[in-house]
Design a protein around this ligand. Sequence first.
Ligand SMILES: Cc1ncc(COP(=O)(O)O)c(C=O)c1O
Length: 355
Amino acid sequence: MDAPALAGTLGVGKVLVKDESSRLGLPAFKILGASWAVYRALEERLPEGAFGHWETLEELKERLEPLRPLNLVAATDGNHGRALARVARLLELGARIFVPEDMVSARREAIAGEGAEVIVVEGTYDEAVERSAAEDGERGLVVSDMSWPGYERIPFWVIEGYSTMLWEIEEELERRKEAGPDLVVVQVGVGAFAAAVTRHFRGPQSSRHPKLLSVEPESAACLLRSVAEEHVVSVPGPYDSIMAGLNCGRPSLVAWPIVSRGIDVLVAMDDEPAREAVRMIAASGIVSGETGAAGLGGLLWLLREENSGDQREQQEEARRALNVNRESSILLFNCEGATDPDAHDRLVGGTHASS
Ligand SMILES: Cc1ncc(COP(=O)(O)O)c(C=O)c1O
């Protein structure tokens, strides 16, 4: 959708928002990756051709009989785990979802509300990932959006699943006969989402070549740090940003080669611009959580003149590289609705719209 008020505030020609605050009944896009990765992984566990032709969910569930009982397993900052739990529920499989201890109760309850067993890990998201990985086996199928050495195929399918969003954007631009964005802004946790965006716009099939800007919280800027050091590194916790979906300390191994080559500018910011962005997006009639608004927050931070010292230099360089001006068309992803409704209400000062 067009967001002319945001374009006015940013002083650019056009702002397009891909709104993912409601996707298949969930308040984030993540089920696009989880569902495709589960499908491919289950297919691989069955004898070749066993999925055969199916049309209804009932038929698909029947094909899974030889694999039961089976738990789908993942660690999560919130949205991936909830999405995986939903897929498990649809397929009548179990779900064991590992969460960091500081996850707010609304997000934990939302995962449990999908029928999943929620296991709280003392530690960060990265520690939850480690715990979940140990569950892989005959009765546990780990479907993670994070990848590590030896665990790469499933996270790649997650990235493939996200591409649905990009093709929807193409269809909409085609329908409108629009040239498409000059700049695309993408939020980064482990980088799987950014990898989907980068693959799309840097792939041989793409007729568009916008600049790509990634946004991370300062306290979990693992992609920015890794790019600076030219290899994957972990940044130390605690990861305590309100941009909860981005609280990850290490980039995904399969995302890394894609994003490290394809993203033009990487920024990291504190929470304040994300708060401001939630309010601005709400004023445009869109429900956005702090992670969802972080793309706009990153832009606000980047285009602002008043930052000081090192930051100013970094910003000026980034602005030059992106060449944002009064004519620019910018695509933002509102990748998440109000997954912490109380926090959303506190920020926008009212009752949250349903998510
Ligand atoms: C809503 C939302 N947006 C963006 C991200 C970041 O995606 P990735 O971890 O693939 O970088 C997440 C991660 O959980 C998320 O939940």
